[in-house]
Design a protein around this ligand. Structure first.
Ligand code: PLP
Ligand code: COI
Length: 392
């Protein structure tokens, strides 16, 4: 719960081990001020920053600072600070370099027309981050600290939140294990960091994206880590992603590992289809796909708009047939980076099928995209209370 720019925190219940951090006389409240702030002595000059932010594309431009919190078994979470962004010093025997205990999140800060900065459902990212930590057997970062780190960083790097229709400040919270040890076990030390990067669209160009259906590789099996947002899932997606690129596609679509038949999701986003009756369908959550926050928002928003939103298993052969017959008229990718991006066609070894005319964004995709972006950017009413204003 937020109160006047402060985060309410049941310190005693959840943080009793962490007496070194969150020192505050007002027990129960942790202020952003609890993050020690060490500002860079060489900030990016304003004119240079403006140039960098003009057309930032995705993930190449970074702000001047980062938020960091450390964890050890003895101290719990401690040493929370905002500091100049800089290379990390890591021991070569650090466990993350060998066994890949790493998780991350992705969310965006938006600047409204009046200059105000807001986040979109960051509590959902915090909860998913904690769930990923549990699956990877890592220390769980309290949600309040996850949010506090983001807000503290935004306070220092607020000038980096771009305005403009398709721009935002992409936030990348992540956590690595860094115990120095070569035995295979859950580490006793962790490092949590938040980076910030002004971004434009994830996909360059316009028109629908071509998507490669991988029949060779799968992403996640039942009981695996598909639902966790861990680096390993993305490492294993890179070869199929390369296969996609070799076939002229910008994303790879994965099928279920058991039958290689049902659609799971793409390398970095969920997928939805529009039937000619206007209903929207997407595969159900079942442990192998990421619980996309954009996916969830679209399902709820669509229902609110009066659309029929369906979660059901989707056989790839049925989708090819339905797209060819015109039963399915639109397809789109959805995710924080992708927002809502129309899919032009699916390609696989045996052939290609287009959605609609393969280039124009369909009307339902467009309606949903405008409604979602309107909410995120504060130009539409927010009946869900998803917008999280930041006092930066
Ligand atoms: N699926 C995968 C594999 C992703 O990496 C992402 C991106 O975060 C998503 C789905 C969409 O999730 P969200 O909407 O929470 O960004
Ligand atoms: C995101 O959308 O935040 C992701 O992590 C996906 C990745 C393709 C950038």
């Amino acid at each position: 719960m937020r109160m006047e720019g402060r985060l309410f925190l049941d310190v005693r219940k959840r943080m009793f081990r962490n007496d070194e951090i969150l020192l505050t006389d007002e027990v129960g409240y942790v202020a952003m001020a609890d993050f020690k702030v060490e500002k860079t002595s060489t900030p990016t000059p304003a004119d240079q920053r403006r140039v960098l932010m003009e057309d930032p594309k995705f993930g190449r431009v970074f702000t001047d600072h980062m938020a960091v919190i450390r964890y050890t078994e003895e101290k719990g979470w401690h040493d929370a600070k905002v500091m100049p962004r800089q290379p990390l010093q890591i021991d070569p025997a650090s466990t993350v370099l060998h066994y890949g205990q790493e998780i991350f999140e992705g969310l965006k800060a938006y600047r409204a027309k009046d200059g105000a900065i807001s986040l979109f459902r960051p509590e959902a990212n915090a909860a998913r981050f904690a769930a990923s930590a549990r699956r990877l057997s890592m220390a769980e970062l309290p949600e309040e600290l996850f949010l506090g780190a983001i807000e503290a960083l935004l306070q220092v790097d607020r000038e980096w939140v771009p305005s403009g229709q398709d721009k935002s400040l992409y936030l990348r919270p992540f956590m690595i294990s860094n115990e120095v040890f070569l035995g295979v076990k859950a580490a006793s030390e962790y490092l949590f960091i938040v980076l910030a990067s002004p971004v434009g669209g994830y996909f360059g160009g316009s028109g629908g994206i071509p998507v490669w259906v991988s029949e060779t590789y799968t992403r996640a099996a039942p009981g695996g880590t598909g639902e966790a947002k861990c680096g390993g899932n993305y490492a294993s997606s890179l070869l199929p992603q390369r296969e996609a690129a070799e076939n002229g596609c910008s994303q790879v679509l994965f099928l279920d590992a058991r039958e290689r038949r049902f659609i799971d999701e793409m390398g970095g986003m969920n997928v939805m289809f529009v039937r000619k009756d206007g209903s929207v369908v997407t595969p159900p959550l079942g442990g192998t796909i990421l619980r996309g926050i954009t996916r969830d928002s679209i399902l709820k928003l669509g229902r609110h708009m009066g659309l029929t939103m369906v979660e059901e298993p989707l056989d790839i052969n049925d989708i090819f047939a339905a797209a060819a017959s015109g039963e399915i008229t639109e397809a789109f990718a959805c995710g924080t980076a992708a927002v809502i991006s129309p899919i032009g066609e699916f390609r696989r070894e045996s052939g290609t099928v287009a959605f609609g005319d393969g280039t124009t964004e369909g009307p339902v995709t467009k309606r949903l995209r405008q409604a979602l972006c309107g909410l995120q950017r504060g130009t539409e009413e927010d009946p869900f209370k998803w917008v999280y204003p930041v006092q930066a």
